[in-house]
Design a protein around this ligand. Structure first.
Ligand SMILES: Cc1ncc(COP(=O)(O)O)c(C=O)c1O
Length: 363
C-alpha cells in the first residue's frame, strides 16, 4: 500500500474531536466552574508560554514555599496536587485498606466514595438531615477503632451547606481518641465563597487534613491544581506515595500569577454572591425549594419532572446537573452560578420551561 493510500485511510478513520471544549452555544452550569474563565493575567501568561517551558518536566517543590506562604503554613505542611482530587486520592491510599471504614455524610462529593472504594475499604455512608445539615451525632456514633478516614465537605457539594466548627472539633477529637491512626479530611474546595477555614487549627489537631482547589474561584479547572495541607509527619508519608510530576509545568508556571491576582478572585466571589441571590429570588417567586448555599451553586428541588426539566433546559442551551440519584436528592438539580447575563437567561427560562413540563407549585 502506498504512503498516500495509508494517509487517506488514516484520515477517514480518524475520530472527530471538537476544536475546543467550549461550545459558545452552550451555557454549562453543571460543573461549578467559573463561567468567566480564569484571570486575564493568567491567560496572558499562558499565551506567552515558550516551547521550552512546555518541554520541561514540572518541579512542584519549587512552588510549594509560595503556596505555603499564601496559606500561612510551613512548606513541609503543603503539597501541590493535580486538583483537589489527587489530594483526596492520596488520603484514601494512605488511610484506608479493606479492614478499615471510610465515613462520609451523604450526599457529598462523589469522589470521596470513588477513591475510598478503590481501596476496598468499608464505606460508611451517614445520611444528612432533611435540611442537609451535617449529621454530626451520627458520624460521631460511627467512629470506631476501625475508622480509617472521615470526609467532611465544608461547604459540601452538592448541598452548599457548611458544618459548624465546633462539630468538626468534636469529630477530630473523637477520631483521635478512638482511632489514633485515622485521618479526617476537611475539603475546602469552596472556601473562597465561604470565608471560613480550619487551617489555623492544623497544629492543634494532628489528624486534620485540608484540601483546596484552583478549579472553582480561580477558574482553572482545566489546569488541574489543588493543595493538600497536613501536619509534617503525615505529609512525609503522603509525599512517599505521590508522584513528583503530578502537577504540570504550565499549571505551576501560572500559579504565582493566579495567587497574585486576588482582585480577580474577589470580583468573582462578589459576582457569585450577587447572582446566587438573583437566582434565589426567582426560585422563591416561582415557589421552587432550594437549600441556602455558601458556594458557587444552588441545589434546587424540581420534583417528579426533574428529568424533563433538565432535558428542556438543555434544549434551550442551558446545562444543569442532575442530582436526582444522590441520596436524599430525588427530584433535585444543581445549578452553578454564572455571571449576570447568564443568570438573567436562566431566570428568564425557568418559568417558561417549568410551564412547558407542566410543573405545578405545591399547594
Ligand atoms: C467538594 C469538592 N471537592 C473537590 C473537588 C475537586 O476539585 P478539583 O477540580 O480540584 O479536583 C470538587 C469538584 O467539583 C468538589 O466539589
Amino acid at each position: 500500500m502506498s504512503s498516500v493510500q495509508t494517509a487517506s485511510l488514516r484520515k477517514n478513520s480518524m475520530p472527530k474531536v471538537p476544536k475546543s471544549v467550549v461550545n459558545p452555544n452552550e451555557l454549562r452550569l453543571d460543573q461549578n466552574e467559573n463561567t468567566g474563565g480564569c484571570s486575564p493575567r493568567v491567560l496572558a501568561r499562558l499565551r506567552s508560554l515558550l516551547g521550552q517551558e512546555v518541554a520541561s518536566y514540572p518541579e512542584r517543590s519549587i512552588y510549594e514555599p509560595l503556596m505555603a506562604s499564601h496559606l500561612g503554613m510551613k512548606t513541609e505542611e503543603v503539597m501541590l496536587t493535580n486538583g483537589a482530587d489527587e489530594g483526596i486520592h492520596l488520603l484514601c491510599e494512605l488511610y484506608l485498606n479493606p479492614k478499615l471504614d471510610a465515613i462520609m455524610a451523604v450526599p457529598s462529593f462523589g469522589m470521596y466514595k470513588h477513591y475510598a472504594m478503590a481501596t476496598d475499604a468499608n464505606i460508611v455512608e451517614v445520611p444528612m438531615s432533611t435540611d442537609f445539615s451535617f449529621p454530626t451525632r451520627d458520624v460521631l456514633a460511627k467512629i470506631s477503632s476501625k475508622t480509617g478516614l472521615i470526609f467532611i465537605g465544608n461547604p459540601n457539594n452538592p448541598t452548599g451547606t457548611t458544618v459548624p466548627v465546633e462539630d468538626i472539633y468534636r469529630i477530630l477529637e473523637t477520631a483521635a481518641q478512638i482511632a489514633p491512626k485515622s485521618g479526617v479530611l476537611v475539603d475546602e474546595a469552596y472556601f473562597e465563597f465561604y470565608g471560613q477555614t480550619l487551617l489555623p487549627e492544623l497544629h492543634r489537631f494532628p489528624n486534620l487534613h485540608i484540601t483546596r482547589t484552583f478549579s472553582k474561584a480561580y477558574g482553572m479547572a482545566g489546569l488541574r491544581v489543588g493543595v493538600l495541607v497536613a501536619n509534617a509527619n503525615a505529609m512525609q508519608r503522603l509525599q512517599r506515595i505521590s508522584s513528583p510530576f503530578s502537577v504540570n509545568t504550565i499549571a505551576l508556571t501560572i500559579l504565582p500569577i493566579a495567587l497574585a491576582d486576588q482582585g480577580f478572585v474577589r470580583a468573582y466571589i462578589a459576582n457569585v454572591k450577587r447572582e446566587r441571590q438573583r437566582l434565589q429570588n426567582s426560585l422563591e417567586k416561582i415557589g421552587l425549594r432550594y437549600w441556602p448555599s455558601l458556594a458557587n451553586f444552588l441545589l434546587v428541588e424540581i420534583g417528579e419532572g426533574r428529568a424533563a426539566f433538565l432535558k428542556e433546559m438543555a434544549k434551550e442551551g442551558i446545562f444543569l446537573r442532575d442530582r436526582g440519584s444522590d441520596p436524599l436528592c430525588g427530584g433535585c438539580v444543581r445549578i452553578s452560578i454564572g455571571n449576570k447575563q447568564e443568570m438573567e437567561r436562566v431566570v428568564e427560562q425557568l418559568p417558561v420551561v417549568l410551564k412547558r413540563i407542566g410543573w405545578r407549585r405545591e399547594a
